[in-house]
Design a binder for this molecule. Sequence first.
Ligand SMILES: Cc1cc2nc3c(=O)[nH]c(=O)nc-3n(C[C@H](O)[C@H](O)[C@H](O)COP(=O)(O)OP(=O)(O)OC[C@H]3O[C@@H](n4cnc5c(N)ncnc54)[C@H](O)[C@@H]3O)c2cc1C
Length: 380
Amino acid sequence: MLGLGGIGSGAAYWLAREAGGGILGLEQFELGHVRGESQDHSRIIRLSYHRPDYVQFAKLAYLAWAAVEADSGTRLILKTGGLDLGPRVSAIPLESYMQSMEAGGVPFERLDAAEIMRRWPPFRLSDDIHGIFQADSGIAMAARANAVHQSMAKQHGALLREHTPVTAIEDAGDEIVVATADATYRCGKLVIAAGPWSNRALAHFGLRLPLEVTKEQVTYFAPSDIRPFTPERFPVWIWMDDPSFYGMPVFGEAGPKVAQDAGGKPVEPDARSFDPDIENLKRVTDFLERRMPSALGPVIYTKTCLYTLTPDRDFLIDVVPSHPNITIAIGAGHAFKFASAIGKVLAELTLRGRTDADLSLFSYRRPILELADPPKTYMV
Ligand SMILES: Cc1cc2nc3c(=O)[nH]c(=O)nc-3n(C[C@H](O)[C@H](O)[C@H](O)COP(=O)(O)OP(=O)(O)OC[C@H]3O[C@@H](n4cnc5c(N)ncnc54)[C@H](O)[C@@H]3O)c2cc1C
């Protein structure tokens, strides 16, 4: 395993659970560090997706988390229900979400603005707004889930080494030689889950993908009354337009969390700052002033985090071309909910050479990934 963020920790867990010993995970920083993509208290998990293959994969995501919860005796998913809402004419039409869920047999409700405000009084909406509510959506407890994946991976026999950057990889065909500052490891298979550092890992094979790493941020607000925003009374929500915003009920801090999706600027993962982008925060507060004014209050804190974006915003989960013993996964800025399921799929590809999950749209060889400067579609 190269990388022990959200996906790598999931893969380490499933590899160790299936194979027992012989699993080594290497992480360049400390376990639980905040320099990548996967930390903070919460991430949205939902079945509501724009394509049927994601809806099917999201079902596997819930099953994978349930298996980890049962194995560890630790709760990782909190169902709050989820609301996707926006203008009837918008950059992210709800129709494809409804069609995908209908195709997958996922129940949901269509709501008009009046009904949304009746159920969740903090919203301030005009008549042109509509939404869909799906009851299984909720919070994946990100930092806790990573720690549980790591702890249970060790429990099942994996060796996880932190502060151990991989500095060189050589694929010799029958074995892969992985070098760190103080050791050389020879292994039969390698899984790469390097997040924002994916192109640095792929450079060992002379490969490069048209990825964009952006610095995103989330803000916790302290409204004067947090009670309407508790998980029992308020859903996770996504504003389906451009710009797109999303939020969580009170979880981890004493106030709701709100952010703009894909609203950050491109950065180099090793050279980026951790300072909040004030313009991004203003877009979020302007949105709340208009649509959810009672969520506003003093900023508890704004926390930055990275997205690794593929141009079509689809995942990459595949064997590395010409390297049949090496697999790679890239999360495209919406993969935490799938971290355990992707880890399971990577374990299946690694240990059995096949998986039943439909990965056809997450292929390394899809044409857009062969373009040096592809068109970008981040609003999905
Ligand atoms: C603000 C924000 C909000 C998000 N919201 C959601 C959401 O609501 N729902 C959702 O599903 N997803 C969400 N996401 C996306 C999701 O969190 C990511 O897709 C997912 O966490 C990616 O995990 P990863 O393991 O690929 O990356 P990372 O967690 O960054 O892990 C990669 C790891 O590899 C290590 N590494 C890299 N190179 C080396 C090397 N050479 N040697 C050793 N180690 C190495 C890194 O140090 C890092 O720990 C959000 C992301 C952000 C930033």
